[in-house]
Ligand binder design. Structure first.
Ligand SMILES: Nc1ccn([C@@H]2O[C@H](COP(=O)(O)O)[C@@H](O)[C@H]2O)c(=O)n1
Ligand SMILES: C[C@@]1(CO)OP(=O)(O)OP(=O)(O)OC[C@H]1O
Length: 181
């Protein structure tokens, strides 16, 4: 009876829905700072400036994920004006984005990213970075893409004034069904 009633009413059934988001960030270099990228301390003569640990890659990934989730960006959740988060590990920011995804029942499918840096070499550190990012997001390392390129000596990246990163995130929102079997 209920099944017949439901089949005659407008359906609210919706299949699982894939979504994507993009993120971009840039930080300038400063002497006397550790260079933290993807949660990993990479030996370098200078690091990135920021209110947080300035992990430009994690910030780009966080914004990509928040975008895919339809949420406000990183600055909403972690305001630069908040003194209590000074020096915060950006892996915590990824953990927060993953928690928001989990609350919504959203599956994180994969992340891909590119770091744009003239120096140092990034690729030797990507295995460690993928582990940190994968752990923070609760996904396996094969779902975390990290690539790197120089800027061919052009612009602020080319002059080694800073580092940029871009990322995309792919997620699946859960389907809903009113069917009664
Ligand atoms: N900071 C970087 C930049 C580049 N790489 C690796 O070198 C390759 C060549 O870079 P080009 O910018 O000259 O195309 C690139 O594909 C990366 O594998 C790197 O590790 N770190
Ligand atoms: C997480 C925050 C907190 O201040 O980190 P910042 O180091 O300020 O980095 P930025 O990418 O400029 O902005 C994001 C901020 O919300």
């Amino acid at each position: 009876m209920l099944k017949a009633l439901l089949s005659s009413t407008p359906s609210s059934t919706r299949p699982a829905c894939p979504r994507v988001g993009i993120g971009y960030d840039v930080h300038c270099y400063a002497e006397g700072r550790p260079f933290i990228l993807g949660g990993v301390h990479i030996p370098h003569h200078q690091g990135l400036q920021g209110h947080s640990d300035a992990d430009v890659l994690c910030h780009a990934i966080a914004d990509a994920l928040l975008g895919a989730l339809g949420e406000p960006d990183i600055g909403f959740w972690f305001p630069p004006s908040d003194a209590s988060i000074e020096g915060i590990s950006s892996l915590k920011i990824l953990e927060k984005a993953a928690a928001i995804a989990a609350e919504k029942g959203v599956t994180i499918e994969n992340i891909d990213s590119t770091v744009i840096a003239e120096a140092p070499k990034i690729m030797p550190h990507t295995a460690a970075m993928k582990l940190c990012i994968g752990n923070a997001l609760g996904i396996t390392t094969d779902r975390v893409g990290i690539k790197a390129t120089t800027n061919e000596r052009m612009g602020f990246v080319g002059r080694e004034e800073g580092v940029a990163a871009m990322a995309v995130a792919s997620v699946t929102f859960p389907g809903v069904s009113n069917s009664v079997d």
